[in-house]
Design a protein. Structure first.
Length: 361
């Protein structure tokens, strides 16, 4: 399974796809609120009136822009306008996704065909460096994922502000909004896609290239599905629970990678001392260093190429090793203590910000 599906890459792509999907969902909601959800016979705000509405007001002698009764054919016109605006949103998102996928595919192709073989001479050192980078990236990704349940409200405020600024500047409001509906999803999807490429580049350094495509595709699909659920639902409870579980799982993966990175450095030192790659010696005596050893099992070896591969999956997910020592165990504990401290600080800072906002209000 580690050669086919990478769990860290799945979560990375899922997180970036989810934020992009939330932005698109907010745009859909705002467009519907502007175009559709104003009942017949009610006033149309001046900030959302079209040029046709204003022309009709002028002909009827109604210049107050506060009590414009919509014509009978308005529902049909609104449906056509809504479809057109949605197409603008999809076009922007599709263009951004295409460019991001092209850049990501080019990066992966160059990395795994031209660069990867340069590290073979010092495999353990490079694997340790790559695992360390991946652990740090996953740590950042896990903490930012906890804030995704408030992303809808944050993006709604940003997009509404952008709409207001654009409408205030432009004389032809319909044209400005059309470009805005293309630009926002295009830039957002492209940015999230490039962020995903950067994170995937860091995490994939110690993994097989065959594990990336399926994980990326599934992560993209799951992110889109969750974004659609957010669009259809106003409840944050289910999303919050899902994000908490995802964060916990990501931190498990990150802690395992951090511990593995320490193990890689120690194994390189031991290989240099004995003059060979001891991984080829099996799991028995002489295949591991006894300095600081806490446990060693002659079974359950994730490096065993003749086993069923089950322990390799466990190692890929949680950093399992049949050889545990003081360095790897303490690094695993340190990673979790750092995560706990960061979460406490985030909670404290959030409380201080809320208190400051209440005082200002």
């Amino acid at each position: 399974m580690p050669d086919v599906f990478s769990i860290p890459i799945f979560f990375i792509v899922f997180r970036e796809a989810l934020e992009a999907a939330i932005v698109i969902a907010v745009l859909f909601s705002l467009v519907e609120a502007i175009v559709v959800k104003q009942p017949s016979g009610t006033s149309t705000p001046a900030s959302t009136q079209t040029a046709d509405d204003k022309e009709k007001d002028a002909k009827n002698g109604n210049n107050d822009n506060s009590h414009d009764t919509l014509p009978e054919e308005a529902p049909t016109d609104r449906a056509a306008l809504l479809k057109k605006l949605r197409l603008q949103i999809f076009a922007g998102a599709g263009a951004g996704l295409f460019i991001a996928l092209a850049i990501g595919a080019a990066f992966i192709a160059v990395w795994f065909t031209q660069v990867r073989d340069l590290f073979g001479a010092n495999e353990e050192i490079w694997e340790g460096v790559f695992n360390l980078i991946a652990a740090i990236l996953i740590f950042v990704m896990a903490l930012t994922m906890l804030r995704m349940d408030t992303a809808k409200a944050r993006w709604k405020a940003k997009i509404e502000a952008a709409f207001a600024a654009k409408s205030a500047k432009a004389d032809g409001e319909g044209k400005s909004v059309k470009y805005l509906l293309f630009t926002i999803p295009f830039i957002t999807v492209l940015r999230e896609g490039l962020e995903a490429v950067v994170f995937i580049g860091g995490v994939s350094l110690g993994q097989n290239g065959t594990a990336i495509p399926l994980a990326a595709i599934v992560g993209l699909l799951v992110g889109i599905i969750i974004g659609f659920i957010i669009y259809k639902s106003s409840s944050r409870l289910g999303l919050s629970i899902f994000l908490i579980i995802s964060t916990w799982f990501l931190l498990l993966i990150g802690a395992g990678l951090f511990s593995k990175s320490v193990g890689n450095f120690q194994r390189h030192k031991f290989n240099t001392a004995v003059g060979g790659d001891v991984a080829e010696a099996g799991s028995g005596p002489g295949s591991y260093s006894t300095n600081g050893s806490i446990w060693h099992l002659n079974c359950c070896n994730p490096e065993d190429k003749f086993g069923d591969g089950g322990w390799a999956i466990f190692s890929g997910l949680f950093g399992w090793s049949n050889d545990g020592n003081i360095g790897t165990v303490l690094s695993y504990i340190l990673y979790w203590w750092t995560a706990i401290a960061a979460l406490i600080f985030m909670k404290y800072r959030e409380g201080r910000l809320r208190k400051t906002n209440r005082v200002r209000a």
